[in-house]
Every structure is written in structure tokens, then in C-alpha cells.
Design a protein around this ligand. Structure first.
Ligand SMILES: Nc1ncnc2c1ncn2[C@@H]1O[C@H](COP(=O)(O)O)[C@@H](O)[C@H]1OP(=O)(O)O
Ligand SMILES: [Mg+2]
Ligand SMILES: [Mg+2]
Ligand SMILES: [Mg+2]
Length: 290
């Protein structure tokens, strides 16, 4: 989070377009935060597979020593590990890292849309994660330290207070920078009272967790496993769900293809996930074959 803020303060974002897609940007903050996270995690957990959005980690590369995190969070370690996780092996684990989620919004100064996502998958299932929001509340609190939200299935969540969404209206959150006619059609089929268009997969799942929206709906193939692993893991820690638009869970094993090619559909536990999915016309679902 501090690395992301330092890059913004210095003002040299070093923006590059990844591939040919003008909607797919990378900045110095994405690159540096990824080096910090992959460098730190691979040092502490050498036998765990770690996959980051910005490419494989270069073990030879010098990383500034102040970027290498070596301490662990005592308050989390004081909790008891759920019994079903006590016997897992490093080979069962894949950590999916999105060093900066909401890059478009970051470059446009919509800073509270930005999150850092570290997702924990065990035997292919997203079961936990961390969403760090470096600019949480920054408009009110000038020197915000941000916040770190975490969750683990069987243990619970921390870093925030979960809220129930309103019961007198139905609110959907979706993309603001990657929309297209199919994305819009899926939203129309669900007949929401309100649509909140914000950046970032992490930010939108925070809206579900805090009761600001009932569902996160993105009928498009732009998200990848690192966008959804941490958010799904935390949602599931509170009995919510994140699936594709057919209602099927994504596989987070290390050898899967990275794109979430069947879209994203997230709900908190207060919403009937299957009932909502059933409202999306088959013709639309057929645009996202397996
Ligand atoms: N077409 C796309 N190309 C690249 N990344 C995408 C695309 N659509 C979504 N994403 C990723 O999913 C996140 C959530 O999408 P959206 O904000 O549009 O709802 C984006 O911030 C981006 O992650 P990132 O910013 O980490 O590259
Ligand atoms: Mg990106
Ligand atoms: Mg992302
Ligand atoms: Mg990213």
C-alpha cells in the first residue's frame, strides 16, 4: 500500500499498455507492489505456488530491503487454525496476487477504488484472502493508513465490520471502465433499483461485504483469477458466493487458464445466488461457453 502511495506522490506513474488492449494498463505501482509481495511471500513460503498478475517472479533480481516483509501478523496468528486446514501441505496451496486492482481508476485519480489482493486457494478452492485498501477513507482522513480486510473459511473475517444490504431495494455493483452491450444486457435482465459503477474487483466485493450492494455482476471475460481469488475467499468466509454467470465456481489450481472467461457473479449471504443467476437469459449465458 505504501509503495502504491509513494509512486502516486512522486507522480511518475510509468504507464504502459499491456498487449494491444488500451483498457489493460500497468504502472510503476503495479510492478513495484508485485515485486514486494512476490519477493516477500516466496522467501517465507518457498514451497508454495505464487502467481502474480504482472508475470513470474525473478528470484535473481535485487529488491529494496525495505520492501521485503518478514514479520507476521500476531493478532491473526493468535487465532486457532480451522481443523480442516491443519494438515494441508505447501503443494496444496496457490496464492493469487493482484498487486494493484483498479489500475484504470488509479491512473484517473479514483484512489479509493484501488486495492491490493492476495488470495489463498487450497486444492483449487478460494478459501481465504486479504484485500488491502491503501486509500480507504482518504477524502475525509488526509493521512489515511488504509485498511486491511481479511477472511478465512472456518475462522471468519477481520479488518472491517460486515453489514446487511438494504431490504427495500435491490442494488448491483459493476464495472465502470470495462463495460460493453452484453454487460449492460445482463444488468437489465436483473432489474436492479440502482447500479453502482465502480472500479476494481476487490472494491466491488468490499461493497457486498459492507452491505452497499446485493450483487456484483460482470458478464464479460476481462477478469482473471487474481482479481477474484481473494475477494471470493473473503466472501466465502461470510457464506457469500462468487461464481461465473452460469453459477459455477472457478478453479484456482496452479495449471488453470487465468481468464475468468465466463464472467463474474458475486453475492453476499443475504441474497439467493441461484435465483438471481436464473434471471439471466440463456441466450446471454450462451455467449460464455466453456
Ligand atoms: N478487459 C480487461 N482487461 C484487463 N483487465 C481487466 C479487464 N476487465 C477487468 N479487468 C480487471 O478486473 C478488475 C475489475 O474490473 P472492473 O473494474 O472493470 O470491474 C479491473 O480492475 C482489472 O484488474 P487490474 O486493475 O488489476 O488490471
Ligand atoms: Mg491489470
Ligand atoms: Mg485486478
Ligand atoms: Mg492488477
Amino acid at each position: 500500500g505504501n509503495i502504491i502511495k509513494d509512486v502516486m506522490t512522486k507522480g511518475e506513474l510509468g504507464i504502459v499498455e499491456k498487449g494491444s488492449d488500451v483498457n489493460d494498463l500497468q504502472t510503476e505501482a503495479d510492478r513495484s507492489a508485485q515485486k514486494c509481495i512476490l519477493g516477500s511471500l516466496s522467501k517465507q513460503f518457498p514451497d508454495v505456488t505464487i502467481i502474480g498478475e504482472e508475470g513470474p517472479h525473478n528470484h535473481e533480481e535485487e529488491i529494496p530491503s525495505e520492501w521485503l516483509v518478514t514479520d507476521l501478523d500476531d493478532s491473526v496468528l493468535a487465532s486457532t487454525c480451522p481443523s480442516e486446514l491443519q494438515t494441508i501441505q505447501p503443494q496444496d496451496i496457490v496464492v493469487w496476487v493482484d498487486p494493484l486492482d483498479g489500475t484504470s481508476e488509479y491512473t484517473q485519480g479514483l484512489l479509493d477504488h484501488v486495492t491490493v489482493l492476495i488470495g489463498l486457494a487450497v486444492k483449487g478452492k478460494a478459501i481465504g484472502g486479504v484485500i488491502h485498501q491503501p486509500y480507504y477513507n482518504y477524502k475525509i482522513e488526509k493521512d489515511t493508513q488504509g485498511r486491511t480486510v481479511w477472511g478465512l473459511v472456518g475462522l471468519g473475517v477481520g479488518g472491517f465490520t460486515p453489514f446487511k444490504p438494504p431490504s427495500n431495494k435491490f442494488i448491483i455493483t459493476t464495472t465502470r471502465s470495462h463495460s460493453d452491450p452484453t454487460v449492460v444486457k445482463a444488468l437489465e435482465a436483473l432489474k436492479p433499483d440502482e447500479i453502482i459503477r465502480v472500479g476494481g474487483a476487490g472494491h466491488k466485493v468490499l461493497m457486498l461485504l459492507e452491505g452497499k450492494a446485493h450483487a456484483y455482476v460482470f458478464a464479460s471475460k476481462g477478469c482473471k483469477r487474481w482479481d477474484t481469488c481473494a475477494p471470493e475467499g473473503i466472501l466465502r468466509s461470510l457464506e457469500g458466493k462468487l461464481t461465473d454467470i452460469h453459477g459455477k465456481e472457478y478453479d484456482y489450481s496452479k495449471d488453470v487458464a487465468y481468464p475468468n472467461a465466463q464472467g463474474v457473479f458475486g453475492t453476499s449471504k443475504y441474497v439467493n445466488h441461484e435465483e438471481l443467476i436464473a434471471k439471466i437469459p440463456q441466450e446471454l449465458k450462451d455467449r460464455f461457453p466453456y
